[in-house]
Design a protein around this ligand. Structure first.
Ligand SMILES: NC(=O)c1ccc[n+]([C@@H]2O[C@H](COP(=O)([O-])OP(=O)(O)OC[C@H]3O[C@@H](n4cnc5c(N)ncnc54)[C@H](O)[C@@H]3O)[C@@H](O)[C@H]2O)c1
Length: 253
């Protein structure tokens, strides 16, 4: 199935690494212009370089998504680059090893909620009026399987991802008649640098994690990118307010 897009410009947050970079590359490969947003300027510029080397168009904008004024400024600059933002993938997120719930600190709570929840809320707060003014658009937010069920020793992260799904569903209903669709993608464990480092530190963790996915392996960043592109594409025109698990069967268990 080839993707069909009626718009031309995609914005991706957290695009300096991992899932965000893979999705930025996938949008560019479909011929879309891509706004690459991240805190990490070196990584963000590298994503832009990869897109340009492949013949695509991209521009990096530095932004801390947890800061209102930065997200407002970034969204205005993003919109002025190519005149519109048709698709937004609000994907920047952090995960901090927290131990059991009673061991978490207020600083950890504020940091995780600040990026994962406030960041997604702020991005949508400035994207939605823009999409409304241009006559439509599609948004995908990154939640997690930890937003669909329990995540022991990651309770704050799990709460933050449940909140992303709440924001997604509410926004989807509010804008359902305005040609703006809002969905979330819920990855299980994906092969990123973060996961590789965790396995190097503790090889048993790697084995355990493979085993909790019924398909017997973890996911690839390209597999999340494919789901995001589908949700943005015209093939998903009747799909809004959904939290799509891309999880090797984990949540079906
Ligand atoms: N990797 C997994 O197994 C997995 C599973 C489920 C969900 N997720 C979610 O997927 C998303 C992407 O994760 P990833 O695995 O690619 O991680 P990653 O750490 O490789 O990428 C996250 C990116 O977000 C950026 N970022 C962090 N805080 C930011 C901020 N305040 N403002 C702007 N950018 C910021 C980082 O610089 C980084 O480039 C996250 O929301 C994460 O919670 C990941």
């Amino acid at each position: 199935m080839s993707m069909t897009f009626s718009g031309q410009v995609a914005l991706v947050t957290g695009a300096a690494n991992g899932i965000g970079r893979a999705t930025a590359l996938a949008f560019a490969a479909e011929g879309l212009k891509v706004v690459v947003v991240d805190l990490d300027a070196a990584g963000g510029e590298h994503t832009v370089e990869l897109i340009r080397e492949a013949g695509g168009q991209a521009q990096f904008l530095a932004c801390n998504v947890a800061r209102d004024s930065e997200v407002r400024g970034m969204t205005e600059r993003a919109a002025s680059l190519w005149g519109r933002i048709d698709y937004a993938f609000n994907n920047a997120g952090i995960e901090i090893e927290q131990g059991r719930l009673a061991e978490g600190s207020e600083d950890e709570f504020d940091a995780i909620m600040g990026v994962n929840v406030k960041g997604v809320w702020l991005c949508m707060k400035y994207q939605l009026p823009l999409m409304l003014a241009q006559g439509g658009g599609a948004i995908v937010n990154t939640a997690s399987v930890a937003g669909l069920g329990a995540a022991p020793r990651m309770s704050i992260y799990s709460a933050s991802k449940h909140a992303v799904i709440g924001l997604t569903k509410s926004a989807a209903i509010e804008y359902a008649k305005k040609s703006i669709r809002v969905n979330a993608v819920c990855p299980a464990v994906i092969d990123t640098d973060m996961f590789r480092r965790a396995c190097e530190a503790d090889p048993r963790k790697g084995e355990f994690v493979m085993g909790v996915h019924p398909v017997g392996r973890i996911g690839r960043v390209e597999e999340i990118a494919a789901a995001v592109l589908y949700l943005c594409s015209d093939h998903a025109a009747f799909t809004t307010g959904q939290a799509l698990a891309v999880d090797g069967g984990m949540t079906a268990l």
